[in-house]
Design a protein around this ligand. Structure first.
Ligand code: SAH
Length: 242
């Protein structure tokens, strides 16, 4: 009798611990959701992002799960954060601005150069039909692919390689986003962009500031519009060759 009472007490204690842990987790998730809504309100809407689709998606994608645990508390501040290998996840405002500028529709297929953490790809995937994303650093590509799969973003395909050459077998794309600084637009990417397609890139000096540049393909030529100054990590590989 005493033995079974002791067992019953242990089982009860075990369930209480589980209950406590899951309550703590959902409290943390509520906190993150609250911080995310504040970010959308002040840093995105407050700074001029208007597209309701972009605002809604950025209110849902859990940016804190795309950074290491040590940075989770800072995930909804409007600044970049380290993601390893000297690279960064872009600040939320810039992610929103670039996504909005691409004017994506639900049938669009998008190519991203510079997967990094996978966060920008996750945001794009909730607005467009399919996202193909290329990362030059294999360890980052593998980590991002795992994060995206674990979180259930099934319409994103990640590969490791030099994004300068695009993704020939999946081309043409309705939109292309380059999330690393380049001093010119790689010609293979212009070729892989559909007529009427949009390409956005931080263009200029890779050592200092760049100009966020939106190019639209019309009759095979690029119509170029300069948006604002930005600072991105440099694109590596072929683009750097003289
Ligand atoms: N979009 C990312 C942040 C990009 S940081 C996010 O949401 O987290 C820029 C990334 O571009 C880095 O991870 C860097 O390794 C990658 N990169 C640099 N040159 C590249 C190239 N030639 N092809 C593909 N990726 C490249």
């Amino acid at each position: 009798m005493i033995v079974s009472f002791k067992i019953a007490l242990r089982v009860l204690a075990f369930f209480l611990v589980i209950l406590h842990l899951s309550a703590a987790c959902s409290f943390a998730e509520d906190q993150f959701a609250h911080m995310r809504q504040q970010m959308v309100l002040w840093d995105l809407r407050g700074r001029g992002i208007k597209d309701p689709g972009v605002l809604s998606v950025m209110g849902k994608v859990p940016r804190h799960l795309f950074v290491d645990a040590a940075y989770r508390d800072q995930a909804y501040g409007d600044h970049p954060l380290p993601i390893g290998e000297g690279q960064t996840i872009s600040q939320p405002y810039v992610v929103a601005l670039m996504t909005e500028a691409l004017r994506l529709g639900p049938h669009d297929r998008v190519l991203e150069i510079g997967t990094g953490s996978g966060y920008q790809a996750a945001v794009l995937s909730q607005i467009a039909k399919e996202v193909y994303t290329i990362e030059i650093r294999r360890s980052l590509a593998d980590k991002a692919a795992k994060t995206l799969a674990d979180l259930g973003y099934r319409n994103v395909t990640v590969k490791s390689g030099d994004g300068y050459f695009g993704w020939e077998s999946e081309a043409p794309f309705d939109a292309i986003i380059i999330t690393a600084a380049a001093n010119h637009i790689p010609p293979p990417l212009i070729k892989q962009l559909k007529e009427g397609g949009r390409l956005i890139v931080p263009l200029g000096s890779t050592a200092y500031l760049q100009t966020l540049t939106l190019a639209t393909k019309r009759k095979g030529e690029l119509d170029v519009e300069q948006l604002c100054p930005v600072a991105f990590v440099p694109m590596k590989g072929e683009v750097q060759k003289p």
